[in-house]
Write a protein that binds this ligand. Structure first.
Ligand SMILES: C[S@@+](CC[C@H](N)C(=O)[O-])C[C@H]1O[C@@H](n2cnc3c(N)ncnc32)[C@H](O)[C@@H]1O
Length: 236
């Protein structure tokens, strides 16, 4: 199976496999939803980028009961799974599909922008472009919640890879798949460098990201846009 082929077998079997691949997958969603509710309990507009099969959505819909959600997801197969999930929980009316890809215009219309597990499927230049695009959509006083694989900081590469490999085996992943996943580093899965993340977000007028959670290489960050930016500060 081709890794990260979201319109092929990888996407078809995504829900069954992803918790082996991403440590603390559900904990990241739970914490992001709680953070969004703590900061923006009355949010009206939420943007979810790379919604995939929609697993993060039920907790978010519950956490932000007044919000309508705009979803961005380029894979038709993933959009189909997500639509099925939304229909199953009776949430279709609260959700609209946005464009397949975000544009860079500074809409600043969303109190909450969320993207889980998308940055690391993009090469560094595309990561930076998507970061700029997402930041441009965060309203004054709003927040960006972002989770991604990142090799920045402890535990360090060798120790982290050794633990990751052992974890995969302990969870029953076969050795061919373990080797394929390991080989995907820097070819299909890319670290989100924490320094570049901070540079891009602060350049776009957001506060430096706060790390809310780390599970091995997986991180959840929060970054907020000040209610009022200094004149001559971040561009639109
Ligand atoms: C690893 S999945 C994450 C799905 C879901 N957010 C989750 O955490 O389970 C990455 C998703 O990002 C989507 N994606 C890839 N490139 C994207 C882009 N430039 N903008 C938005 N979504 C993108 C893929 O189609 C895929 O559904």
């Amino acid at each position: 199976m081709a890794l990260l082929d979201f319109d092929g077998d990888y996407g078809r079997t995504y829900n069954a496999r992803i918790r082996r691949l991403i440590p603390a997958y559900d904990a990241i969603f739970e914490l992001a939803a709680a953070t969004a509710a703590a900061l923006q309990p009355q949010a009206q507009r939420v943007l979810v980028v790379g919604a995939g099969t929609g697993t993060e959505l039920p907790a978010l819909l519950e956490a932000l009961p007044q919000a309508t959600f705009t979803l961005v997801e380029p894979s038709e197969q993933m959009r189909g799974f997500c639509s099925d999930l939304l229909a199953g929980i009776g949430a279709t009316a609260r959700v609209a599909w946005g464009p397949d890809h975000l544009d860079a215009a500074a809409h600043r219309a969303f109190e909450v922008v969320i993207s889980h597990n998308v940055m690391h499927v993009l090469a560094p230049a595309a990561q930076e472009q998507l970061l700029r695009q997402m930041a441009a959509h965060v309203a004054p006083g709003g927040c960006l919640l972002l989770s991604s694989y990142s090799e920045s900081g402890p535990p360090g590469l060798d120790l982290g890879l050794a633990i990751g490999r052992t974890r995969f085996a302990a969870l029953g992943m076969d050795s061919a798949t373990i080797e394929a996943v390991m080989a995907s580093r820097n070819s299909k899965v890319f670290s989100m460098d924490a320094e570049r993340l901070e540079q891009q977000l602060t350049k776009a007028g957001l506060e430096p990201p706060i790390q809310l959670l780390q599970a091995l290489f997986n991180h959840l960050w929060l970054s907020r846009r000040l209610v009022r930016e200094c004149e001559g500060g971040a561009d639109a």
